[in-house]
Design a binder for this molecule. Structure first.
Ligand code: 3H9
Length: 675
């Protein structure tokens, strides 16, 4: 797990635990032994610790969390390194994250390549740095910078870390050689823990008051603050005890379990269960996009930002110009926020070829259709593509509901056809549903997955069904939410239950944002549903400043008396006497019913695994990450509780509702979804 090389009185310890040099049990034991060897051997003057492969270390082994510690702990190893009587130097390349950075903080000096990244991302796993990070970091950098790194969890560049005083030296070219030379010039250890904390409680309080990252009910950031306060107020040994105590509480808690689930779920989603190991993704060098509307433009931006040339096709010059204008404006807005340079904007736009010539797509490796949802239009486009695209080209549809299989049969090469369902805004949202059709060839699927990661998306495979994984689960939620309105709830009550749960918005806020008129038949005289009534009254959502809510000029919503009247008249017509609806009923009928649909998606094989469904909801709809996604949340809640709730309200939920046999079986057998 580690390699040791001694040369000129310097012991080089190389962490060798691929892929990320996680500091698991065996690595910790080997490290402790190597430090003991350095202490004992008079010929060794100094120690260098570095990582083999692509990084220093990705931190503690997350898979070990929750199991009983039966070996030396990471904090103990780091304490021994800090106490070593010979200088210990960390030589960092790639990433030094979490426990990896804490290990480097325990070393007496740090040298890093300028490209390296260092950070304490524990908060994103629902924990805090538990191997001294909260106590040692503010002894090297000021408490404000330490707090930012620990509470936000985002890694910083080695260059920035050098400016802050966290890294002592940047390597020139050869890290190992530079670290060796650095070590040779050092005569005495310099324990980080012996330094004073740079800052006071006031500095911490100032940040706490203004930080958006600290939210009531989200445990880890609050614990990070408590640990940093301990660093300011207490000597190192006592501060470390406070940190350790907080760490253990968090690691046992539901939030950390959920966030760790989310971490592994995202990585599991990339794996296709029946993909043979010898199938390699094809190379995608040129991309074509059909449609320069909101979706087409957003999709194009992903590829342009990743450096891939894109040809975008429209049917009129006006639509093309409008689409290009929106893309440029989006890029410029990003640049104005400092997240892109003007040169990067120009480079991205220079990779774009706008055209009205459909046949220009003939040389493209991947062509994505992003026109409006109409099967006939899509079939027509795919038939035309079939006539011009090169044989090995991947033909993708961005449809969000329609059958990819039916679209594929409009071509003579259905094996080349796949769904790539981007989420709006397509240049921002991380989720990509990769829709595997009945005929989709494995290399096409493998290529879609690899390309998705190349453009920074989190891909999840879905089978073909109406709405795929995400939108299909929206459907029972929306049906129940609308039924609840008629039975006596208000849009504000239903939305509040969802936002209190942690969703970014509730069903009616979402409808107003997306457009109440989506899917409306556009005949104001035909009023059969609540949606028809709102649309007929021009209440199309935020865009008309009126939907389920009224909106002011700043798009701030207020409950609408007009909507109340519309709802009341529907109740009258249907003979429904409104009743008080409890928040619990809303939770069961809107959230539990999503879990039920998720279970059906699983039993039909539309999703490969329950955690894929979680990833869809975490990355596509803003499901609160600290609950792990709908399926994990259901398991934490107890599948028996979910089934009980659904059974209790089954009558109210009407004929459309049926309990998933898989959900029922899992609850009876007391199993998890993926067991
Ligand atoms: C910590 O350190 C706690 C301490 O404060 C206190 C302790 C007492 N452990 O992401 P990738 C796996 S908490 C176990 O695709 P990349 C990952 O699941 C830790 N496994 O690679 C995947 O497995 P598989 C704080 C880990 O190159 C494989 O490695 N650290 C760990 O795109 C490749 O991963 C973090 O939060 C781990 N720590 O990105 C950093 N890390 O192949 C978490 C990864 O079976 N890690 N794996 O699917 C990362 O952010 C990224 O993995 C990293 C590499 C940027 C390092």
């Amino acid at each position: 797990m580690i390699e040791q090389v001694e040369r000129d009185g310097i012991l080089e310890i190389v962490l060798a635990n691929p892929p990320v040099n996680a500091l698991g049990r065996a690595v910790r034991e080997d490290l402790a032994a190597a430090i003991a060897r350095a202490e004992a051997d008079p010929a060794i003057r100094a120690v260098v610790i570095r990582g083999a492969g692509k990084m220093f270390s990705g931190g503690a082994d997350i898979t070990e969390f929750g199991s009983l510690p039966d070996a030396i702990s990471l904090p103990e190893v780091i304490d021994r390194i800090e106490a070593c009587s010979k200088p210990v130097i960390a030589a960092i390349h790639g990433h030094a994250l979490g426990g990896g950075l804490e290990l480097a903080l325990g070393c007496h000096y740090r040298i890093a390549t300028p490209q390296a990244k260092v950070g304490l991302p524990e908060v994103s796993l629902g924990i805090l740095p538990g191997a001294g990070g909260t106590q040692r970091l503010p002894r090297l950098v000021n408490v404000e910078a330490a707090l930012e790194m620990i509470v936000a969890g985002a890694p910083i560049s080695a260059i920035k870390a050098h400016e802050l005083g966290l890294i002592d030296r940047l390597a020139d070219k050869d890290l190992a050689a530079d670290a060796h030379a650095f070590a040779a010039g050092i005569t005495a250890p310099r324990p980080t823990g012996a330094r004073h904390v740079q800052g006071d409680l006031e500095a911490i309080e100032r940040i706490v008051q203004t930080s958006k990252l600290i939210k009531p009910g989200i445990d880890a950031p609050l614990a990070c603050i408590a640990a940093l306060k301990a660093a300011v107020e207490l000597p190192l040994d006592q501060g470390l005890l406070v940190e350790r105590d907080l760490f253990f509480k968090l690691v046992e808690g539901d939030q950390s379990k959920a966030l760790r689930h989310a971490f592994f779920a995202e990585r599991a989603a990339a794996k296709i269960t029946d993909m043979p190991a010898d199938i390699a993704p094809m190379s995608i060098a040129k991309v074509g996009i059909i449609g320069a509307g909101t979706m087409g433009g957003g999709i194009a931006m992903n590829f342009l930002s990743a450096g891939l040339p894109v040809m975008i096709v429209e049917t009129s010059q006006e639509a093309l110009d409008r689409g290009l204008g929106v893309m440029r404006a989006n890029y410029e807005a990003t640049a104005a926020k400092g997240r892109m340079t003007p040169e990067q904007v120009e480079r991205a736009m220079s990779l774009l070829t706008p055209t009205l010539d459909f046949d220009g797509l003939a040389d493209r490796d991947l062509i994505i259709e992003a026109v409006y949802e109409n099967m006939d239009v899509k079939k027509d486009i795919f038939a035309r593509l079939d006539a011009i695209a090169k044989p090995e080209a991947i033909l993708a549809s961005n449809t969000s509901y329609l059958s990819v299989d039916e679209i594929a049969l409009a071509t003579r090469r259905p094996q080349q056809v796949i769904g790539l369902h981007f989420f709006s805004p397509a240049n921002v949202m991380k989720l990509l549903e990769v829709v595997r059709g009945a005929h989709t060839a494995l290399p096409v699927l493998a290529t879609a997955m690899a390309t998705a990661r190349q453009i920074g998306k989190v891909p999840v495979v879905s089978g073909v069904c109406h709405g795929f994984i995400g939108n299909r689960m929206l459907s029972p939620r929306q049906d129940e939410a609308t039924a609840l309105l008629l039975e006596g709830a208000s849009p504000a009550q239903i939305d509040r239950v969802h936002t209190a749960f942690g969703m970014p918005m509730g069903p009616f806020q979402m409808a107003d944002l997306a457009g109440v008129d989506i899917g409306w038949h556009r005949d104001p005289a035909r009023v059969e549903t609540l949606q028809d009534a709102l649309c007929a009254a021009g209440r199309w959502g935020q865009k008309t400043k009126a939907g389920f809510y009224d909106y002011d000029d700043k798009r701030r919503p207020t409950p609408s008396p007009v909507v109340d009247e519309v709802i009341a008249s529907f109740r009258d017509q249907a003979g429904i006497l409104p009743r008080a609806i409890s928040d619990e009923e809303i939770t069961v009928r809107t959230l539990y019913s999503m879990v039920n649909e998720g279970a059906k998606i699983l039993e039909e094989g539309i999703a490969q695994r329950a955690s894929d469904i979680d990833v869809v909801w975490l990355y596509g709809y803003g499901w609160p990450r600290h609950t792990g996604g709908p399926m994990f949340w259901a398991q934490q809640t107890g599948l028996v509780t979910i089934v009980d709730g659904l059974t209790r309200y089954a009558g109210a939920m009407g004929e459309g509702f049926s309990l998933s046999p898989l959900l029922l079986a899992k609850s009876i057998n007391q199993e998890g979804f993926d067991d």
